[in-house]
Unconditional design. Structure first.
Length: 526
């Protein structure tokens, strides 16, 4: 792992020591898991031994030590310095092997990240059976996991500004490793708490990834790159969760899905050497030589902003400046139609991804499929959806940003209608689920890039943050139905989600704007 993310040898040692402590802490929980092998790895009611308690202490201490190793010195000065530096690739810069490698690495990082919440659907049937609790009680697990992702989205946005992009990704990976002990927790309460922490670790990865890409990709390639990386990460994460469930759950029970956080989290840490630190943060820390080497690799340039100038290339900025002394407003007459369309689309996506798709495995089991067959069906659906991500990125960059998003909404609508038809006419669920995954992941892949290209600079960060928060809010709404035992039948749920999808489609066709080839400075008239 290259050392440009650390403040010195002490930082490297502290981070390494923290990673070792977290890993050892997790490994101390494995004997408890293995003790249940003759009982189908059912651990409910077993007492936590001294090794597990020491392991939990090592995990907490290790995360703190790793965070200290990544923490830059003189934080306040560096954050202020970073706010006055702009880093971006020129409009006509060419793509290089460094750009391609970064995209591959970030796709893998997002697959690992998205696999965590996607695994919830494959965990729930076994969790309900082992703990012998009603579904509304078990729904507290995904509910608090989603609350954790909302918390993480806010927290990691702040950490990315303090620690830097790469350091935030590494710290998130350390948290992933620590939360793998969910797989050895004998009580439901501990699982709920650990899932909250796992959600907090996963929640901020997507915005941080987008921020890192925004600072390295030439602006004329940024749109399709963000769509491609986000889309492959989303589909790949769901495929990985369903594939590992099919491969491992029949033998090692639902708990193995959480224990996979150990090897995947460590993989993400070891991949850290392939992820560059933000040149902006290196410049702010006075490490000019390292920053200029990174800028040379990616063809980026930097300049210092004037007193009243903002960084127009910081696509996913967390600050919201005032140009004229007035408070920027997201719901202005000229933007309200578009904002409403994106908001409802984000809420509907959350209902699909954290509601319908999480309920699917249990519904298929209830219909007579085994858990292995259910996981295989969902894995096949994800595999069918995978190639369409490239088509989605192409039509977004080459055809039309507005109609690319409209197409994904229509595909999602068709998938929902097909799922609704399954409840009455029957048939194989593979293709309707694949269509639903294609459409919903296409919506997610386009949603944030489109929002970032559709709003004036003053409210661009606020707009993208609002839309991202609504994707989580939709999931919280879905799991609130589970907690209150009001989960409708799958066909009814699909029918209910069709309504906001139709509203989104109508609003977006009327108020959505074309951003392909648009100079973002033209938006400032709003």
């Amino acid at each position: 792992m290259n050392a440009n993310v650390f403040t010195g040898r002490r930082g490297i040692l502290a981070f390494s020591l923290g990673c070792i402590a977290v890993t050892v802490g997790v490994l101390l929980h494995i004997p408890m898991f293995w003790m249940g092998r003759d009982m189908g790895f059912a651990l409910v009611g077993m007492p936590m031994d001294a090794g597990m308690l020491w392991g939990m202490f090592l995990i907490v201490a290790g995360i703190a030590i790793a965070a200290y190793g990544l923490l830059p010195q003189k934080i306040g000065d560096q954050v202020r310095a970073a706010s006055k530096i702009a880093v971006a690739a020129p409009e006509d810069a060419k793509l290089s092997p460094a750009h391609a490698l970064l995209m591959v690495v970030l796709v893998v990082a997002l697959i690992i990240d998205i696999m965590k919440p996607a695994a919830l659907g494959f965990v729930m049937p076994g969790l309900v059976t082992e703990y012998n609790v009603p579904k509304k009680t078990a729904a507290l697990v995904p509910f608090f996991a989603l609350i954790g992702t909302v918390t993480g989205s806010i927290l990691w946005g702040i950490l990315a500004d303090v620690y830097g992009r790469k350091a935030s990704i590494l710290l998130s990976a350390v948290v992933f490793v620590g939360t793998s002990i969910c797989g050895a927790m004998p009580s439901l309460e501990w699982n709920i708490g650990m899932c909250f922490l796992m959600g907090a670790g996963a929640g901020g990865m997507l915005p941080v990834t987008y921020a890192l890409l925004a600072e390295t990709m030439p602006s004329r390639h940024r749109g399709w790159a963000l769509v491609l990386v986000g889309g492959l990460g989303a589909v790949g994460g769901y495929f990985a969760a369903s594939f590992f469930s099919y491969l491992l759950v029949p033998t090692f029970s639902w708990r193995i899905m959480w224990l996979l956080n150990l090897p995947t989290g460590l993989l993400l840490i070891f991949m850290g050497g392939l992820i560059p630190e933000s040149a902006k943060f290196l410049l702010a820390r006075g490490r000019d030589d390292e920053a200029h080497k990174i800028m040379a690799r990616f063809g980026t340039v930097s300049h210092r902003l004037a007193e009243n100038e903002e960084d127009t290339d910081d696509t996913f900025a967390h600050h919201h400046g005032k140009h004229d002394g007035t408070e920027p407003k997201l719901w202005t007459p000229g933007l309200i139609g578009k904002t409403a369309a994106l908001t409802i689309a984000a809420l509907a996506w959350g209902l699909i991804n954290f509601g319908l798709l999480l309920w699917l495995p249990a519904d298929l089991v209830a219909k007579g499929y085994s858990m292995a067959v259910s996981s295989k069906l969902l894995a096949q659906s994800s595999l069918i959806a995978l190639p369409t991500v490239f088509v989605c990125a192409w039509i977004y960059s080459q055809w039309s940003t507005k109609w690319a998003f409209t197409t994904m909404v229509i595909l999602t609508l068709m998938g929902l209608l097909w799922v609704l038809a399954l409840e009455t006419m029957g048939g194989s669920p593979v293709f309707p689920i694949a269509l639903l995954i294609i459409g919903s992941n296409g919506i997610l892949a386009i949603l944030l890039p489109y929002a970032s290209e559709s709003y004036p600079l003053r409210i661009r960060g606020r707009a993208t943050g609002w839309v991202a928060a609504c994707t989580k809010a939709g999931g919280v709404m879905a799991q609130a139905l589970s907690i209150t035992a009001l989960v409708p039948a799958l066909g009814v749920a699909a029918g209910m989600i069709i309504v906001p999808i139709l509203i989104t489609l109508g609003l977006f066709i009327k108020y959505g704007t074309e951003t392909k080839g648009l100079d973002l400075r033209d938006l400032e008239k709003h």
